[in-house]
Design a protein around this ligand. Structure first.
Ligand code: GFP
Ligand code: GFP
Length: 833
């Protein structure tokens, strides 16, 4: 609906247009006004939470003023836009990032201080927006930051979960999940009750003849749920561009609340219908890399895809262009296969609603979509049962069958003598029940498919998607190695290091062009600079030590080597290898004489991460870590030489404290299993060294920073299959050091051995799929090298500085530009005028 103010009245309007605060005084004015009016508080009852809310509202005003202008500019210029569809956006906190991106954090600090508040305490009031599981969701959040910073006209589309990823508590060493109700006090979203979309489910398909005599289809009956838009402004760094993240919330459509039932006294059942609709956007599924095929999840996916496409199409239609121009105006990126239904939905709208011919529609569809794959783990590949889809989305299933039929016909024509290939590449898996393979649908419906690191993209082409490379040629498949935004992961998380770098380089320009970091290498031998570098690392370690003390009660020695592994708990990421290594170290220390102990380099082994609630083995690993911590941390034989810490409820804001404080971090997945990893980049960018396998982006990090500056160990991806094969045929011998570790566990050293038998026997008795035993010796000897290297402080500092200087490649800005050039064909928008 167009509702613009008539031309002749706009002067009056403009005179009163909202203005942005530009300095400390104006900030204070806005802050006090919001506290007194929006929050209805006063100087007599303003606590830190109110100060936070007031500050956030003052900054939100600024963001939304620029948001409005950005949207108008983008509408007016009418360039091609990027739409990033992701079921997860792991945003973390917003206020600090907003302050830094608009360049007014100092004004806010001083203003808050004038009114009696410390900016850090105020920032700490904010609840994380944790609408994601791990790397995939955080990548989406980094994309938003970069796209805005680089002035791309871009929208994110996701779901507004009422509950984000669960909050993790540790009770008696076990993970306990607590709901995360994050929406209280969330000032960053704007409900758009005027932007609602009706989303249909179930029902049936009617065939009919249209006026021209053509066979057409309509999807009828079923039930309607309403999608309501909530907008979150995304400010770029050092630019006016403020993009939009639109999150959909579900609500019963007005017809849904059954007043008949209500009046008949069936109050509960009337409310139940209402609640069923609202359930769609209620929870984020906490499964990382495991797809369970639950109907509600499929509902979420369709609900979000259909609402987003409706909105994109509505915006496109406002320009009155011909359908053929759609791919020139719209690039849609599918973050994993979760939004693959968008392919089918666009085809459905074009043929059923807009009356286009199949081929014409399909050309538009494939030119519009790009698909990013994040994993080769088979259990993560989405499949939906055909009967389930038939029931929920009957018309979409028909269209999937048609897409598949045309595709298979073309394959048959090209490979007439290869019957097997047809069943291998079919979107429909001929199992019981039949399944829809979403990755295949995504490949067939997109013009580009990318992996997230070189090794991963190569593995996709040579294994999982091999047949599709044969069919489409290699050009459809590409690699874009992941990155991270240096704004959050250096400037915000490690302000002192960022300031030191800026001082050396003469400006903060490196935050917009991270390759400028290479100029730091000239200062590697500068003694004073090294000294400051070391002081900052120590301060960051002290900050983490305080957090550890406050949350676990343990004291840790800031001079010890801080060894960190934080990420989702998963067998392929191999936290079990780490904790077995810790036990090995503990047993070794216990066996030492007092003389020998003097040579030990003190360590703090720090773990953090959530396990999917139904993933028993991952929970067992958490349990073991906590039991080992109980024993080791209280053992007087060990003292400061070893401490084991599990930081509960790892999330984005904790990562901001943890990443700058590591000396070494662990990225030790079984070779060939980690798509990329992005925390490896965060740690190195903050001056930590890493120990890792030749996997994911570790390989490219090594290429950039050189082998001298990283501790690599373990078997290579190319040998994994052969090793597994050998284990399978009984050729397996437990590593003797690991055997000693297992014996300690079996002696009940860490509590009842039965608690951990599934874990040890997965290695000893069930084929050691993740090659823990095969890599164990290499792992512990590499850790000995780490200890040795850490004792040479000057060498260590040189490695740290050199590595940071060479991290330019891993900026999310490089990633975004690569997607823009090679997948989206989108230009940034000029914002100088
Ligand atoms: C967007 C924004 C609106 C804004 C218009 C024009 O609308 O607030 O007024 O752009 O600037 F949401 P759509 O592109 O979503 O129609
Ligand atoms: C997944 C992959 C990671 C990759 C990210 C982002 O992360 O290797 O770095 O996606 O592409 F596994 P998780 O969601 O599993 O953490």
């Amino acid at each position: 609906v167009e509702a613009s103010i008539p031309e002749e009245l706009r002067e009056a309007w403009k005179k009163h247009s909202a203005t942005e605060f530009k300095n400390k005084d104006e900030f204070e004015r806005d802050l006090v006004r919001h506290i007194e009016t929006t929050l209805a508080r006063s100087m007599y009852n303003c606590d830190e939470l109110a100060a936070y809310s007031g500050t956030a509202l003052a900054f939100r005003d600024r963001l939304i003023i620029e948001w409005n202008k950005t949207q108008q500019r983008q509408t007016f210029k009418d360039q091609k836009r990027i739409y990033y569809l992701s079921l997860e956006f792991l945003m973390g906190r917003t206020l600090d990032n907003a302050m830094l991106n608009v360049g007014l954090k100092d004004a806010a600090r001083d203003g808050l201080s004038d009114l009696g508040f410390q900016i850090e305490d105020v920032i700490n009031q904010e609840h994380d927006a944790a609408l994601g599981n791990g790397g995939l969701g955080r990548l989406a959040a980094c994309f938003l930051d970069s796209m805005a910073t680089l002035n791309y006209p871009a929208w994110g589309y996701g779901l507004r979960y009422r509950y984000g990823i669960f909050k993790q508590e540790i009770v008696n060493g076990y993970q306990v999940e607590v709901p995360d109700y994050w929406l209280d006090n969330n000032p960053w979203e704007f409900p758009r009750h005027e932007i609602t979309v009706d989303i249909q489910f179930y029902g049936n398909v009617k065939k009919y003849q249209d006026e021209s005599g053509k066979i057409a289809h309509s999807w009828e009956d079923g039930e309607i749920v309403q999608a309501i838009a909530y907008d979150v402004p995304i400010p770029g760094y050092g630019t006016k561009t403020t993009n939009n993240l639109r999150l959909w919330s579900s609500k019963a459509s007005s017809g849904e609340f059954d007043f008949q039932k209500f009046n008949a006294g069936e109050y509960e059942s009337a409310v139940a219908d209402q609640q069923r609709a609202e359930t769609i956007s209620a929870v984020l599924y906490p499964n990382d890399n495991l797809e369970q095929g639950k109907e509600l999840r499929l509902k979420q996916q369709y609900f979000w895809c259909a609402a987003s496409l409706f909105d994109i199409i509505r915006r496109f239609k406002k320009t009155k262009r011909a359908w053929g121009e759609f791919p020139d105006q719209v690039a849609i990126q599918l973050n994993d296969t979760h939004p693959a239904l968008a392919i089918v939905e666009l085809q459905r709208i074009l043929i059923d609603k807009e009356g286009l011919e199949w081929d014409e529609a399909w050309t538009i569809v494939t030119k519009t979509f790009g698909y990013t794959n994040h994993t080769v783990l088979p259990e993560a590949l989405e499949k939906w049962s055909v009967p389930l889809m038939q029931n929920l989305l009957p018309r979409h299933l028909q269209i999937i069958y048609d897409i598949n039929m045309f595709f298979l016909q073309s394959v048959e024509k090209r490979f007439p003598n290869d019957r097997d290939i047809l069943s291998r590449v079919s979107i429909i898996e001929e199992s019981h029940p039949k399944m829809v393979r979403m990755a295949y649908l995504a490949i067939i419906g997109s013009h580009k498919v990318n992996g997230v690191a070189e090794l991963h993209s190569d593995l996709l082409k040579t294994t999982l998607f091999k047949d599709f490379v044969k069919i489409y040629g290699p050009d459809r498949f590409t690699n874009v190695t992941n990155g991270i935004t240096p704004r959050r992961w250096l400037h915000q998380a490690n302000p002192r290091l960022s300031a030191l770098i800026a001082e050396k380089l003469g400006s903060y320009d490196f935050l917009r062009d991270l390759t400028l970091l290479d100029k730091l290498e000239a200062f590697v031998d500068d003694k004073a600079f090294r000294e400051e570098w070391a002081v900052i690392k120590r301060e960051n370690k002290l900050r983490l030590a305080r957090h550890i003390k406050a949350t676990t009660g343990y004291d840790v020695n800031p001079n010890a080597l801080f060894d960190v592994q934080v990420k989702r708990i998963h067998e392929y990421k191999r936290q079990q290898l780490n904790i077995f290594g810790v036990i090995h170290r503990y047993l070794s220390i216990k066996a030492m004489s007092a003389e020998e102990k003097k040579k030990v380099v003190p360590r703090v082994s720090i773990f953090g991460g959530k396990a999917a609630p139904g993933y028993w083995m991952a929970k067992t690993i958490i349990h073991l870590i906590n039991k080992v911590a109980d024993v080791v941390n209280k053992d007087p034989d060990v003292g400061d030489l070893l401490k084991v810490i599990f930081i509960a409820d790892y999330n984005v804001s904790k990562a901001e404290i943890i990443c700058p404080a590591s000396d070494i971090s662990e990225h030790i997945s079984t070779a060939g299993t980690e798509g990329s990893g992005t925390s490896n980049m965060k740690f190195v960018l903050n001056g930590g060294l890493i120990i890792g396998t030749c996997d994911g982006a570790n390989i490219e990090i090594t290429r950039e920073i050189s082998e001298q500056n990283i501790f690599l160990f373990g078997n290579l991806a190319e040998d994994v299959e052969e090793l597994r094969h050998r284990h399978f045929y009984g050729d397996f011998k437990l590593d003797p050091h690991l055997e000693r570790v297992f014996n300690a566990i079996k002696d009940n050293m860490f509590g009842d051995k039965a608690d951990f038998s599934a874990l040890t026997s997965s290695i000893e008795d069930h084929g050691d799929y993740y090659l823990v035993s095969d890599d164990f010796n290499s792992y512990i000897t590499t850790h000995e090298m780490v200890d040795e290297a850490f004792q040479n402080k000057e060498e260590w500092l040189a490695k740290s500085i050199t590595s940071v200087a060479r991290m330019g490649f891993f900026s999310m800005d490089r990633v975004t530009n690569e997607y823009a050039d090679s997948i989206w064909n989108v230009e940034p928008l000029d914002v100088t005028d």
